[in-house]
Write a protein that binds this ligand. Structure first.
Ligand SMILES: Cc1cc2nc3c(=O)[nH]c(=O)nc-3n(C[C@H](O)[C@H](O)[C@H](O)COP(=O)(O)OP(=O)(O)OC[C@H]3O[C@@H](n4cnc5c(N)ncnc54)[C@H](O)[C@@H]3O)c2cc1C
Length: 387
C-alpha cells in the first residue's frame, strides 16, 4: 500500500466519517488522497445520536425521527413544551456508517485500513502514523482515537452511563410526536438519574436509563430499572426488546487538546478534541460545526488549527462551573435541571446547551439556579489549576 497521503483520518467513528463527508462534498478537496485507519469496520448500529438544530443539517436524510414537543419531569416539575425553532432529532449510527462507507466507495482516492494505530507523531513538516503494518505520513492527521486523551479520574470526571432499549409493543401505546428529554422521578441514590423516552411510532420507542455518577452499575441494575419504568410508569406489560445499547460518556474537567505537535500537524477531532460538551455529553452538533470549519479552512489553503473563540471559552467556563457543582455534590442534578426547566423557556435552555444562546438568555439561566453554589463554583474555575 502507498505510504504517503494528503490527509490521514485516525478513527472512523462519528468525527472521522463526518470529516470525510465534509471533504468529499467539496470540489477542492474531494480528490485528495485520504487514508482512514480504524480496526473497527463500522458495521454495527452501536449508538443513537440525538441532537437539536434549527435548520436542516447535512445528514437530514438519515434522521429517523424528530420531535417538536418534549417533556421534562422531576419530583417538583412537570412540563411539556413545544419547540418553536429547534427540532430534536435522532440518527442511528448504523445508518450513518453505512451511508458514509457507501459514499467513500465511489472515490478511488479514499483508502481504508482496518488496523490499530500505535503512535501518531508530528515531524514539523508532516505527521506520521505508526500501525502494526507500517508507517504512513501526511500533511495532517485528524485524530479521534483515545491516544491523546487527558487523564480522567473521579476527581475531575463524572461518567454519563446509560442502557437504552428499543422496544416494540403489539398495541399502539406511544405518541410519537412527544419525546421525554428527562424524567427524574426515579431513585437518585447514585447521582443524577433519569429516563429518556423517544417514541418513533405508536408501537416503537427508545427508553434509556441514564445516570451521571462516578461509577457504572452492574448490568442487572440497568435492566431492573428499565423493566420497572416500562411497567410502572409507561404502563406497558407486553413488549419486545428489538435493540439494546450501552454507553459511557465522560463528563470531564480534564482538558482535551485541539491540536498537537511542533508543526500543529495533529488535529484532534470529536471527543478527542474536546467536542463532547462536558456538562451534558452531547457531541454530535459540536463535531459537525467544528468539521465544517476545518474543511472550509483546508479548502482555502489555511491550517485546520482552530483555537476556541472567546464565546466558546465562556461556554466552557459555564460547563466547568456546572460540573464543579455536580462533582462537589452541593446540588443534585435533579435540583439543577428542575430549577432550569421550572423557570426558563425550554427553547432558551436548548440554545444554552448547544452554545447558541445570547447573553440575555444566559443571564436568565444564571438567575434560575441557586446563586451561592454556582457563584462559588464559578469563581473556583477562574482560579483552580487545570487537572
Ligand atoms: C451509546 C452512545 C450513545 C451516544 N449518544 C449520543 C447522542 O445521543 N448525542 C450526542 O451528541 N452524543 C452522543 N454520544 C456521544 C458521542 O456523540 C459519541 O461518542 C460519538 O461517537 C463520538 O464521536 P468520535 O468520533 O469522537 O468517537 P467514536 O465515534 O467513538 O470514534 C472513534 C473511533 O476511533 C477508533 N479507534 C480507537 N482507538 C483506535 C486506535 N488505536 N487506532 C485506530 N482507531 C482507533 C474507534 O474504533 C472508533 O471507531 C453517544 C455515545 C455513546 C457511546
Amino acid at each position: 500500500m502507498k505510504k504517503d497521503f494528503d490527509y490521514i483520518i485516525a478513527g472512523s467513528g462519528l468525527a472521522g466519517l463526518s470529516l470525510l463527508y465534509h471533504l468529499l462534498r467539496d470540489d477542492h478537496l474531494k480528490n485528495k488522497n485520504i487514508l482512514i485507519i480504524d480496526p473497527a469496520k463500522k458495521k454495527d448500529n452501536d449508538r443513537t445520536w440525538c441532537f437539536w438544530e434549527k435548520e436542516q443539517g447535512p445528514f437530514e436524510h438519515l434522521v429517523r425521527h424528530q420531535w417538536k414537543t418534549l417533556q421534562f419531569y422531576s419530583h417538583d416539575v412537570s412540563r411539556e413544551f413545544e419547540l418553536k425553532h429547534y427540532r430534536y432529532k435522532m440518527i442511528q449510527s448504523g445508518d450513518f456508517y453505512a451511508h458514509l462507507l457507501e459514499l467513500a466507495e465511489q472515490f478511488d482516492n479514499v483508502v481504508f485500513s482496518n488496523e490499530k494505530i500505535l503512535e501518531i507523531n508530528d515531524n514539523g513538516q508532516t505527521a506520521e502514523v505508526k500501525t502494526e503494518t507500517g508507517v504512513f505520513t501526511s500533511e495532517y492527521v485528524f485524530n479521534s482515537t483515545g491516544l491523546f486523551h487527558p487523564k480522567m479520574d473521579e476527581t475531575n470526571t463524572l461518567l454519563q452511563h446509560f442502557m437504552g432499549w428499543y422496544i416494540k409493543t403489539p398495541a399502539p401505546v406511544f405518541d410519537s410526536n412527544v419525546g421525554t428529554l428527562m424524567d427524574f422521578r426515579l431513585n437518585q441514590q447514585y447521582g443524577a438519574t433519569f429516563m429518556y423516552v423517544l417514541p418513533t411510532s405508536p408501537n416503537d420507542a427508545l427508553v434509556e436509563y441514564t445516570l451521571f455518577s462516578e461509577k457504572t452499575l452492574k448490568e442487572e441494575e440497568y435492566i431492573r430499572e428499565l423493566k420497572k419504568y416500562i411497567q410502572d410508569e409507561l404502563k406497558i406489560d407486553d413488549y419486545e426488546i428489538t435493540h439494546s445499547e450501552f454507553g459511557v460518556i465522560p463528563m470531564t474537567m480534564a482538558r482535551f487538546k485541539r491540536y498537537l505537535g511542533p508543526g500543529n500537524r495533529i488535529i484532534n477531532i470529536g471527543t478527542a478534541g474536546g467536542f463532547t460538551k462536558p456538562s451534558s455529553g452531547y457531541t454530535f452538533q459540536f463535531v459537525q460545526k467544528h468539521l465544517l470549519q476545518v474543511a472550509e479552512r483546508l479548502k482555502n489553503g489555511q491550517s485546520p488549527v482552530i483555537k476556541p473563540s472567546l464565546r466558546e471559552r465562556m461556554f466552557y467556563w459555564y460547563d466547568m462551573t456546572l460540573l464543579e457543582v455536580l462533582l462537589s455534590g452541593k446540588l443534585t442534578g435533579e435540583q439543577i435541571f428542575s430549577g432550569l426547566f421550572g423557570k426558563v423557556d425550554p427553547e432558551r435552555i436548548l440554545a444554552f446547551l448547544t452554545n447558541e444562546s445570547t447573553f440575555w438568555e444566559e443571564f436568565k439561566i444564571r438567575n434560575s439556579v441557586p446563586v451561592i453554589p454556582f457563584m462559588m463554583a464559578g469563581m473556583k474555575q477562574f482560579v483552580a489549576p487545570r487537572k
